[in-house]
Structures are given as structure tokens and as C-alpha cells.
Design a protein around this ligand. Structure first.
Ligand code: BDR
Ligand code: CA
Length: 314
């Protein structure tokens, strides 16, 4: 199985991504690291523990990461409810967060991966603060990373938090700039891709019918995600941002990408967090990312339904 670390800020769509990953034997989840993002760190780390318990994966350790972005004041998500999980009440976590800091865990895991010649894949579902700090402490960890697969940015699409910026990039643009300046392979799932995969009320019905003991909590999470904005999304429902990172790892044939040099703006008041791809090589710089441009949405839903149905079988 592919060794992965999931770095996240749950977050409703982070939670759906985690639950999908938990029942995907193709992935060897070495740990979950949490970051300040959709909610303050104390909330994202508790949510990660509770989702881990809900998914029956208490074997996976949760590591708490950075409590704020590198330079910017924290911003939090707007569509995830007060507790970051649409008000969903979950039982108390069965485990504590690790005493090891997420950044130390990422560094140690990358070094071990290098020693064992088993490079890691980092799945980044939130602001990129943890990975940026890890790289600032020890840049050689990049050699232990096979690929970073991240949800973030908006290219031909507008932003979602401002007209020009997607939330994860805006929340910590300096960290994002640091990550895009490294040598490892990066796959980007931007809004251009995630807005092709709208979780409609019909999909919610399909998921809840197959999810067995998770039907009620999953249904509540997914129903809360409905933006009710037909003008923007073409139907009722909400974009499945973070689960696409997991789906990409599971079946790359469902995605089309284009190589490009990606820049993250970190210095302009109007364009902070804006991502710009140099599609035609005008910058003279080599490509640093593979940007997903097209998604087979029905293929993604089929893949996710198959996974979530495993909760119904347990
Ligand atoms: C991203 O921002 C967060 O609100 C979501 O969890 C996702 O990671 C989408 O812009
Ligand atoms: Ca997220």
C-alpha cells in the first residue's frame, strides 16, 4: 500500500476525505496531522480524533500541528458550522492527540522514508503551514517525499474566499509559496477541478443508503454541505473539494492534468493567495506542479460510493 500522511483541518469535506481514505486498503495511513484552518487548531485536532473514532480507525495516530499561519492572522472556514462538522455531535474521542508535534512527525517520517527507500505521499487538505515549517527546519526531507497532492488554488475559476483566492492558499500564502518552491512532485486539485464534482441531495441519498452505521452522521455532514447556490454550482449541493485528493490517489485515470509553473501571490493586498499557472512557459521556469483541469465526476462518485459502502458491510 502507498505510504501517506494526511495533513488536514476538518472541516466537513476533510472529514469525508478521511472517511474515504480509512476504507481504502491501497493507502497505508502513517498518521494524520492537523493544522489551523477551517477552525482553530484545538477544534481541528479534536475533530480529527472524533472522525478517526467514527471511522473505526483508532489505530491511526493524530498529531497536532501549527496553531496559526506563518505570518498572516488566522482565518477560518465559513461553511462548516460552529464545530467545523456542521454541528454534528460525535462521541468523545477514544484517544489523545500524540505528544509529538505534527511538524516533527512529518520530518521524522520523511527521514525514515528516505532511509528505507520508501518515499512518502503527503495529502494536504488545508493550509500548508505544517509542511512549510517542516521544510524550513530540514529542507532535506524533500528527498523523502514522492509527491505532495494538495487541494488548493483557483486558476481559470475565481477564488472562493475572495474573488482571486481559494481558502487554503489565502489562509497561508507564505507557506504555499514555500511548498511550491521545492523540488518534489506536486499534484494540485484546484477549484477548477473540485467545482466539477458537486455533491447533490441525490448523491447524499445514495451515500446514506449504503453507509450502514455511518448513514446518520455522514448524511448530516453531507446535508450541511449544501450551499443552495444554483447560480454558482449549476445545482443544489456543494463541491467535494478535499475528497478529490484521495480519489486522485486511488484512480488517476479519472483526472486530466496539465504541467505548469505555479506561483502563489503573497505580497499583494488585492491578490493575496491568488494562484497563477504559467501554462505556456512564459516565465522560463520549469513546471513545478501538475494541475488537475478535468474530472470524471460520475467516476469519482462511483469510486467513493464503493468505498463508503464498506462501512455498511462492517
Ligand atoms: C478548501 O477550503 C476548506 O474550507 C475546505 O476544507 C477545502 O480544503 C476549499 O477551498
Ligand atoms: Ca480542508
Amino acid at each position: 500500500a502507498l505510504p501517506v500522511i494526511i495533513d488536514c483541518d476538518p472541516g466537513i469535506d476533510d472529514a469525508i476525505a478521511l472517511l474515504t481514505a480509512f476504507v481504502s486498503p491501497e493507502l497505508d495511513i502513517l498518521g494524520i496531522t492537523t493544522v489551523c484552518g477551517n477552525q482553530p487548531l484545538a477544534v481541528t485536532q479534536r475533530n480529527a480524533l472524533q472522525i478517526t473514532a467514527l471511522g473505526g480507525r483508532d489505530d491511526i495516530t493524530v498529531y497536532a500541528g501549527c496553531w496559526r499561519p506563518l505570518l498572516r492572522p488566522s482565518i477560518h472556514g465559513q461553511f462548516h458550522g460552529n464545530n467545523g462538522l456542521g454541528g454534528l455531535a460525535l462521541p468523545a474521542p477514544r484517544r489523545e492527540v500524540s505528544a509529538v508535534h505534527a511538524v516533527d512527525f512529518i520530518i521524522a517520517s520523511c527521514r525514515r522514508a528516505l532511509e528505507q527507500s520508501r518515499p512518502l505521499t503527503l495529502c494536504c487538505l488545508g493550509p500548508l503551514t505544517n509542511l512549510a515549517v517542516a521544510l524550513r527546519i530540514d529542507p532535506t526531507i524533500a528527498e523523502g517525499i514522492e509527491r505532495v497532492v494538495l487541494m488548493g488554488g483557483a486558476f481559470r475559476d475565481n477564488g472562493n474566499r475572495t474573488f482571486s483566492a481559494e481558502f487554503n492558499m489565502l489562509a497561508d500564502p507564505h507557506a504555499a509559496h514555500c511548498v511550491f518552491s521545492q523540488q518534489f512532485a506536486i499534484t494540485v486539485l484546484p477549484l477548477d477541478a473540485t467545482h466539477q464534482v458537486i455533491l447533490t441531495p441525490e448523491h447524499v441519498g445514495q451515500f446514506t443508503r449504503c453507509a450502514g452505521r455511518l448513514a446518520q452522521p455522514l448524511g448530516q455532514l453531507m446535508a450541511f454541505w449544501d450551499r443552495n447556490d444554483v447560480a454558482r454550482y449549476g445545482s443544489r449541493g456543494g463541491p467535494l473539494h478535499d475528497p478529490l485528493v484521495i480519489a486522485w490517489l486511488l484512480d488517476k485515470a479519472l483526472f486530466t492534468s496539465q504541467q505548469a509553473r505555479v506561483f502563489v501571490e503573497y505580497d499583494s493586498p488585492q491578490l493575496l493567495g491568488h494562484t497563477q499557472a504559467d501554462w505556456y512557459g512564459k516565465s522560463g521556469l520549469p513546471a513545478n506542479a501538475s494541475v488537475v483541469t478535468e474530472v470524471n465526476a460520475s467516476g469519482v462518485f462511483d469510486l467513493m460510493l464503493t468505498r463508503i459502502a464498506r462501512y455498511g458491510e462492517q
